[in-house]
Design a protein. Sequence first.
Length: 181
Amino acid sequence: MQDFTARRTADTPDEIWLCEHPPVFTLGLAGRPEHLLRDIGIPVVKIDRGGQITYHGPGQLVAYLLLDLRRRNLTVKGLVKRMEQAVIDLLAQEGVAASRREGAPGVYVGGAKIAALGLKVKNGCCYHGLALNVDMDLSPFAAINPCGHEGMAVTQLSAFVTGADMETVGATLITRLEETL
């Protein structure tokens, strides 16, 4: 992502990358080590996105948005709202009511976080993106203060929708992101 962003020109097309990660805690630029409550054997990687600490692992859909914000006439706040809306729309399509929370970027269902966001902007272009919990082991979140919020509950799509699979959810997320961007 860093290489792609560093080599971008005004003509470089925007891209969205989807992936899953092996178990890892990522500590953003604002991350404070004390938000890792205990060592459970999962590596902690410092990265250059905004935000605090989060967990990534199998069954979580990660979407990296490599966008030229200037070309799209977007502010960071505007992009965050659109990313959140894409996830809210995806969940609504599955019959799950979701919302934003003031002062805590991401998407929430019944007060529990289902999607986390974190971005880096360099020379008017962004990278990093969002992580949507689809069908994963949520227990590693108990070892951290998710996104720096003590006691924050987390949830996943499979708690509300049976048979949610990564491929279908990924395709729908791409569609929703394209619609909102």
